[in-house]
Write a protein that binds this ligand. Structure first.
Ligand code: G3H
Ligand code: 13P
Ligand code: ZN
Length: 284
């Protein structure tokens, strides 16, 4: 079927008490692994592309790959822009056929983040495209945030309430203790904050930096209202790890298919496990 917007799938996930997996892609093999895993699990799925992925693969290629993947299957597939920080880039993605966009104004002062996000929502609505926004600083694992700094970086529930009321976004990415990339220790999520934000906002929450978060924490976050969970690092580890193993076993291998085929399978395995953990298996 054609690519679908995110908003309706989020509503269904909210009613069903599960989360949708949003998986980052950079190339054809990863797009294929996402859709193959989702099909096997009979699950709706979100393919997402960062600005870096778009720069690497090209916007037209990303769209063509995702469209082809969606049209070849009966499961609902969303194409989502991940961390769009430029208004123009977000507009370009909407124009070219993304069915969901993230406008990430988390580096801006609250008032400006609200104003820019609101502008994006106004345009996106016209095209039936869903909008995710970010409030608070999610950052990378290298930006070690100490407990005493948490209040300054984590999403403030009162601000979240104002942000969602004034922007009318479909989903809000929150900073509650996760970070992008590989964790050095075990991430500790601020569940009280998650619960408080959930009480105050009318849209579902998104968890970024979810690779390496223990399964029990993921389940608790879903109980507390997280409905979209972003995974990139675990896919990269599986994909490149399989490439390394093939090349270590046969350093003279020159057939890309012999290297990328096992990488695609390894990525699909990881994605399938996440889909089961998130509870979206069998929800088509
Ligand atoms: O949120 C970050 C994602 O893992 C995308 O990373 O910007 O290197 O593509 P990237
Ligand atoms: P990880 O790479 O930590 O899984 O985070 C992915 C993400 O949040 C993409 O927006
Ligand atoms: Zn992210």
């Amino acid at each position: 079927m054609p690519l679908v917007p995110l908003a309706n799938l989020l509503k269904k996930a909210d009613q069903g008490g599960y989360a949708l997996g949003a998986f980052n892609c950079n190339n054809m093999e990863i797009v294929q692994s996402i859709v193959t895993a989702a099909e096997l699990e009979n699950s709706p799925v979100i393919i997402q592309a960062s600005q870096g992925a778009i720069k690497y693969a090209g916007l037209n290629y990303i769209i063509a790959l995702a469209r082809q993947a969606a049209e070849g299957t009966a499961i609902p597939v969303v194409l989502h822009l991940d961390h769009g920080t430029s208004f123009d880039q977000v507009m370009q993605c909407i124009r070219f056929g993304f069915t969901s966009v993230m406008y990430d104004g988390s580096q801006l002062p609250l008032k400006e983040n609200i104003a820019q996000t609101r502008r994006v929502v106004e345009v996106a609505r016209v095209f039936g495209v869903s909008v995710e926004a970010e409030l608070g600083r999610i950052g990378g694992t290298e930006d070690d945030i100490s407990v005493s700094e948490a209040d300054a970086f984590f999403t403030d529930p009162t601000e979240a309430e104002q942000f969602v009321a004034e922007t009318d976004v479909d989903a809000l990415a929150v900073a509650v203790g996760t970070a992008h990339g590989q964790y050095k220790g075990e991430p500790k999520l601020d569940f009280d904050r998650l619960a408080e934000i959930n009480r105050r906002i009318s849209c579902p929450m998104v968890l970024h930096g979810s690779s390496g978060v223990p399964d029990q924490s993921i389940k608790r976050a879903i109980e507390l209202g997280v409905r979209k969970i972003n995974i990139d690092t675990n896919i990269r580890e599986a994909f490149v790890g399989a490439m390394r193993r093939v090349l270590a076993g046969n350093p003279s291998e020159i057939d890309p298919r012999k290297v990328l085929g096992p990488a695609r399978e390894a990525a699909a395995d990881v994605i399938g496990n996440k889909i089961r953990l998130f509870g979206s298996a069998g929800k088509v």
